[in-house]
Design a protein around this ligand. Structure first.
Ligand code: F6R
Length: 256
């Protein structure tokens, strides 16, 4: 696992976007796994800047990590809406190249299997962008999620519902369930790039990067991935203590 520490969220977005741009230059048909939420927003903004300078996303496939159960895809808080608004429309992706789990499917189990089939049909995810929850979740794999889990219906923890209440009119409007890629699904990506900023993420980052690999901190499983990069700003890095110089590859600033 490589850890890159940058000054702030803008630098974080630029660094993460540069890895995506590198992947896209190597393969114009890149399958890009995307997270929603606040963490990757500066990354998407940096990708938009690259697109405005001529980078072509027309062959890119975009695969979302998760979706709430029970809110319409048209609701601004749905992840269908987020992906359309923040990624697909600005980057001029083809609508048919965007894949988000169907949180309104009459049979969620079937929808999860169809999602897994579709990702497999694309040849798997090339680069997966991730955020991290305060409790160490990735996707909506809450603490205790099995490392081998696949796309499934899952219950959101009280912490996650409270954290995501900012996207809804009232806290009780936050859905209780979601469809999420499993940790096993996420680990199938060829390359993983996790971004985190802010001191409220510092404990989760320390546990994910330096703690034991344990289902109590789902993101710690990324330590087992052969090509995982964690990009954090100074605040999110503030509880890291064992960063070694071997991580200096991307020109961040190092703790030792
Ligand atoms: C979103 C997702 C979640 C978020 C995490 C952090 O698709 O899968 O794991 O990445 O909850 O959210 P933010 O970035 O809003 O703090």
């Amino acid at each position: 696992m490589d850890v890159v520490i940058v000054e702030d969220q803008e630098a974080l977005g630029g660094t993460a976007a540069s890895l995506v741009v590198e992947g896209l230059r190597a393969d114009p048909r890149l399958v890009l796994g995307v997270a929603t939420g606040s963490s990757p927003v500066t990354t998407y903004r940096a990708l938009l800047a690259a697109h405005r300078e001529g980078l072509d996303f027309s062959q890119v496939h975009c695969v979302a990590l998760d979706e709430y159960v029970g809110i319409p895809a048209s609701d601004p808080a749905s992840y269908h809406s987020f992906v359309r608004r923040e990624i697909a429309v600005p980057l001029d992706l083809r609508p048919e190249n965007v894949l988000v789990p169907d949180g309104n499917a009459p049979d969620p189990t079937e929808a999860c299997a169809a999602f897994e089939d579709a990702v497999r049909g694309l040849g798997g995810v090339g680069i997966q962008l991730l955020g991290i929850g305060r409790n160490g979740h990735v996707g909506f794999n809450e603490p205790g999620s099995p490392f081998g889990s696949r796309t499934r219906i899952a219950r959101l923890s009280p912490t996650t519902r409270a954290d995501n209440a900012r996207f809804f009119p009232r806290p009780e409007d936050v859905p209780t369930h979601c469809l999420t890629q499993g940790l096993g699904t996420i680990l199938d990506a060829a390359r993983i790039v996790l971004v985190a900023s802010g001191s409220h993420k510092a404990r989760a980052i320390a546990a994910a990067v330096e703690g034991p690999v344990t289902e109590a901190c789902p993101a710690s499983v990324l330590q087992l991935h052969p090509d995982a990069t964690v990009i954090v700003d100074r605040d999110a890095a503030s509880e890291l203590h064992r960063i070694s110089r071997r991580h200096a590859s991307l020109g961040g600033d190092w703790l030792d």
